[in-house]
Write a protein that binds this ligand. Structure first.
Ligand code: PGA
Length: 230
């Protein structure tokens, strides 16, 4: 069965009230829990992961458990250090209390916050030491991927937030090249202007195991349509 990761990157968006409304709308649209939908033959196993801002992780974890939603949580960033005197940073163990995943190396972090390859490999080590799974973002097939990364996301900067996605065929070509170069990567996602209407083309590619979605994930109805269309 093909495994698909459907990852929402909320970026610096949503208040607590807005997040609550989003979860209520998702609950109404009844996305299926793969663990409880046995019987019918399935060709894909979908894992839905929401990456909200740090401020919402605790509350969202409680709500997801209360509403019994088939959703996992991820953070959008992590400190390259452990606990200690690092004002403004959130370290791996603090994230692990609430989430299973963490996005590392998003283009917006590389470009706006000066994150370097060296810093990103420190972040990956911190995440893996506590059992958080990094979703490591690469801009193209030449971006270095730190050892041990199992899940990567190919996001060409020209496609992020522009409404101008890469083609599924080129995404597949990059995914294949990256997997050949880094045999420890099992799964490659595509990200950049993914919508409920174009997702199918990407997830049908042999080496694309899901998507990283920004803008469209902020709208609960569009995002649940995207999950269904995958
Ligand atoms: P987008 O963002 O879906 O709004 O293009 C994707 C991302 O930056 O992860």
């Amino acid at each position: 069965m093909k495994k698909l990761f459907l990852v929402a990157n909320w970026k610096s968006n949503k208040t607590s009230l807005e997040a609550k409304k989003w979860l209520t709308q998702v609950q109404r649209s009844k996305i299926k829990d793969p663990a409880n939908s046995a019987g019918r033959q399935r060709s894909k196993e979908k894992e839905v992961i929401i990456c909200p801002p740090f401020t919402l992780l605790s509350e969202m974890k409680a709500l997801i458990e209360k509403k019994k939603l088939p959703i996992k949580l991820g953070a959008q960033n992590i400190s390259p250090f452990g606990a200690g005197a690092y004002t403004g940073e959130i370290h791996a163990e603090q994230i692990k209390e609430f989430a299973d995943y963490v996005i590392i190396g998003h283009s917006e972090r590389r470009n706006n916050f000066g994150e370097t390859d060296d810093m990103l490999s420190k972040k990956v080590k911190q995440a893996m030491a506590v059992g958080l799974t990094p979703i490591f973002c690469i801009q193209n097939e030449t971006t270095p991927v730190p050892g041990g990364v199992n899940l990567a996301a190919y996001e060409p900067p020209t496609a992020i937030g522009t409404g101008n996605p890469d083609t599924p065929e080129n995404a597949e070509r990059v995914a294949r090249a990256v997997k050949e170069k880094y045999p420890y990567i099992d799964y490659i996602l595509y990200g950049g202007s993914v919508t409920q209407d174009n997702i199918r083309g990407f997830v049908e590619m042999e080496n694309i195991n899901g998507v990283l979605v920004g803008g469209v994930s902020l709208d609960a109805l569009k995002f649940t349509a995207l999950i269904k269309n995958a």
